[in-house]
Design a protein around this ligand. Structure first.
Ligand code: HEM
Length: 472
């Protein structure tokens, strides 16, 4: 046989082998879903509008629980509060594993509270909760730290004296400073160069993580990881932040040296701190930014919040946690901001910790699960006008705060957001009305405000040479 024929045969055999190996193997008895292609999974069913849109369309055909192959990975999607609750709350232990986010996996490698599993996660969860609840590394309460930061924000806003200002950078700074104050025991000045660098690395990384290329990477990480791309930049950025965090926990590591089984090794502590910054900075600052935008767009609602704050807190005291009970309207507005912002619309990947029976299906141990939070947060059965900014969603006829079981921006169950309490205090202390008197745009500026990102530009901030983004 000629050499070329032999070569052709070898390539053909190789391709056949790859096809057979690449065909996703159905294990257990997974919920139904579109038929996957070898290697490519359900790429043909993915919409150009992004993963969320694709999943919501598939829900119409397959119901609230279905399986999608992201490349070769079968992932079970949970839609609607009933399915999400049934899994994350009623079968909390089974669904308490953390799935992977391909873009940041090489950085965290299963360390730190966000990405850890099993006993490591339990230990770090307890440690992180104690750090955030009780004392951090100093003696002041978390509430006092947030109040201090809100005061700094107010001073900074007042400095602008009515000029237009992009608050994105300030919101990022206060979110990062509160976490820093809790875990390091210190806050940074808004012009501190090291701090600005840290913020920039986070901002760049989270933009990349929420980009279209990340969604593509999520589908084909096994293959794309070998090529240059955004994932390499994210890796570099987060490594740099880890190095910054590194020296802070050396003391704790020294203390634990004699215990070979301790989870308080340097890697876990650094990546645990990185987890808190990673999970808490962009989420909080984007919520604040979106909240400001919504309130600027709806001045009559802002007026209501302002009135309530003046009545309950007055103008000379900082807001405190125990004011909440007397401020149902403000509370409802903040709930509504968090509902509409729906920052983690796809949820964060979970994983089943053992073979799990669910709604007549069997998910083998380690099957990935996405609780699609957006499907609950915009469910018309629970929110009369799901796409509108309407604080009445959270108010009863007497004006008291009304709970809504589909309100799950922080998710549910054992992996529920560790920073839920901090976020709520953050949003209230930094709400536009509590920072009055600050400059409000003239009515003609309001007309140009849109709630949709129209363009993202990178520009130099003249004051501190840091990159700033503009969403409207
Ligand atoms: C508005 C702001 C925030 C939102 C909307 C938010 C939302 C979420 C969501 C949806 C999850 C995933 C839960 C799951 O796995 O099902 C999560 C996890 C987490 N969040 Fe937040 N978060 C916010 C702020 C924060 C802050 C300020 C911190 C820290 C100080 C924080 C720390 C964490 C941690 C550590 C986890 C992982 C918990 C675990 O895996 O056990 N978050 N967050």
């Amino acid at each position: 046989m000629e050499l070329s024929a032999l070569l052709f045969l070898a390539v053909l055999m190789g391709l056949l082998l790859l096809l057979v190996k690449g065909r996703p193997k159905a294990r257990g008895h997974l919920p139904p879903g579109p038929h996957p292609l070898p290697f490519l999974g359900n790429i043909l069913q993915m919409d150009r509008g992004g993963l969320l849109k694709s999943f919501l369309r598939l829900r119409e055909k397959y119901g609230d629980v279905f399986t999608v192959y992201l490349g070769r990975r079968p992932v079970v999607m949970l839609c609607g509060i009933e399915a999400i609750k049934e899994a994350l709350v009623d079968k909390a232990e089974d669904f308490s594993g953390r799935g992977k986010i391909a873009m940041v996996e090489p950085v965290f490698q299963g360390y730190g509270v966000f990405f850890a599993n099993g006993d490591r996660w339990k230990t770090l969860w307890r440690f992180s909760l104690a750090t955030m609840r009780d004392f951090g590394m100093g003696k002041r309460s978390v509430e006092e730290r947030i109040q201090e930061e809100a005061q700094c924000l107010l001073e900074e806003l007042q400095k602008s004296k009515g000029a237009l200002l992009d608050p994105a950078f300030l919101f990022q700074s206060i979110a990062a400073n509160i976490i820093s104050s809790i875990v390091f025991g210190k806050r940074f000045h808004y012009r501190d160069e090291e701090f600005l660098k840290l913020l920039d690395l986070f901002f760049q990384s989270s933009s990349l993580i929420s980009s279209f290329s990340d969604q593509l990477f999520e589908l084909f990480s096994d293959f794309l990881k070998f090529f240059p791309g955004a994932h390499r930049q994210v890796y570099k950025n987060l490594q740099e932040v880890s190095a910054f965090i590194g020296h802070v926990y050396l003391l704790r590591v020294e203390k634990e040296k004699s215990n070979p089984h301790s989870e308080f090794n340097q890697k876990n502590l650094i990546l645990n701190t990185l987890s808190l910054f990673f999970a808490g900075t962009e989420t909080t600052s984007t919520t604040l930014r979106y909240g400001f935008l919504l309130m600027l767009k709806h001045p009559h609602l802002t007026e209501g919040v302002h009135k309530e704050i003046e009545q309950v807190i007055g103008t000379h005291r900082p807001p405190a946690l125990d004011n909440w009970i007397k401020m149902p309207y403000t509370d409802a507005v903040i709930h509504e901001i968090q509902r509409l912002a729906a920052l983690l619309r796809l949820g964060v990947p979970h994983m089943v910790t053992r073979d799990t029976h669910f709604r007549g299906y069997i998910m083998p141990k380690n099957t990935e699960v996405f609780p699609i939070l957006d499907s609950a947060l915009r469910d018309p059965r629970y929110f009369e006008k799901p796409d509108a900014f309407n604080p009445d969603h959270f108010l009863d006829a007497s004006g008291a705060l009304k709970k809504n079981e589909a309100f799950i921006p922080f998710s549910l169950g054992k992996r529920i957001c560790l920073g839920e309490g901090i976020s709520k205090t953050n949003c209230s202390s930094s709400s536009p009305s509590s920072s009055r008197p600050s400059p409000w745009p003239a009515p003609w500026h309001l007309r140009t405000l849109t709630l949709h990102p129209r363009r993202v530009v990178w520009e130099q901030d003249p004051q501190n040479t840091r990159s700033a983004s503009c969403l409207v």
